[in-house]
Design a protein around this ligand. Structure first.
Ligand code: HEC
Ligand code: HEC
Length: 202
């Protein structure tokens, strides 16, 4: 969903008083939800202190909104995330996405230079022999994604690996086709390498 579509949607719902939506300020209520609820797992500012939980900071706003609606509608199944969003409105979700997206994200480079080099090759060239598509075609040259395409740069390696395996098994119940056809051709080593390479980018 494009941001102006979200904005139009809110205006259409008579929420024109939400004008600060266009500025970086976050209403107090949203800040409280973020700090008292989300940050318990996603870390201070969504910057991630536990690799079991994805970093939210610096992630593309429209992607965050989409994923939260996916959890809420159970299109993307997560017994952990569903209850977190149950009592939140669409407006809360849009504002939470903006809140976390505007926070900075820093990568954690791996010291394994061989792993890093293989990861970079997969990211920029894929594996023509086995038909793995180059990730940069969709996720962008700096792995920042765009709109509905997630940023991968700086995300926890363990989370990236987990999601790639879920795309293979088709247990990430949304967007199976695109990422399934990419991930299913990857070896375990390629999955690990590209995940560690990406987690080191800013
Ligand atoms: C109890 C821990 C916990 C809490 C609290 C929590 N989350 Fe999560 N969140 C998770 C886990 C685990 C995942 C990964 C789900 C999966 O794919 O299995 C996740 C995934 C997400 C994603 C998807 C990220 C991506 O890259 O696809 C978003 C967005 C998100 N959470 C937002 C929030 C927000 C906003 C809050 C506060 C309202 C919140 N979460 C509270 C555990 C938590
Ligand atoms: C044809 C386009 C395309 C290509 C090529 C592609 N991706 Fe993706 N990727 C997507 C889309 C679309 C999504 C969002 C899926 C969703 O909405 O659930 C995604 C999601 C992901 C996610 C989940 C991120 C998160 O925050 O949960 C990971 C990890 C990922 N891709 C890794 C890769 C890697 C690694 C490669 C290269 C080997 C790659 N992708 C190549 C389109 C692509």
């Amino acid at each position: 969903m494009r941001l102006h579509t979200i904005a139009c949607l809110l205006l259409g719902l008579g929420l024109a008083s939400l004008a600060p939506l266009t500025t970086a300020t976050t209403p107090d209520r949203i800040t409280s939800i973020a700090t008292e609820r989300c940050e318990a797992c996603h870390g201070l500012g969504g910057q991630g202190n536990n690799s079991m939980f994805p970093k939210l900071s610096g992630q593309n706003e429209a992607y965050l909104v989409q994923q939260m609606f996916n959890f809420k509608s159970r299109a993307r199944r997560s017994s952990v995330m569903e209850p977190q969003l149950a009592d939140l409105s669409g407006e809360d979700i849009v504002l939470l996405a903006r809140h976390f997206s505007s926070r900075p994200l820093r990568g954690t480079p791996t010291s394994d230079s061989q792993l890093n080099a293989l990861g970079q090759t997969i990211y920029t060239q894929g594996n023509p022999a086995s038909g793995v598509a180059a990730c940069h075609v969709c996720h962008g040259p700096a792995a920042r994604g765009g709109q509905m395409l997630p940023r991968l740069a700086g995300q926890h390696a363990e989370y990236l690996e987990l999601q790639l395996r879920r795309f293979i098994e088709r247990s990430r119940t949304t967007d199976q086709t695109l990422m399934h056809s990419v991930a299913m051709r990857m070896t375990d080593e390629e999955i690990r390498a590209v995940s560690y390479y990406l987690s080191g980018l800013n």
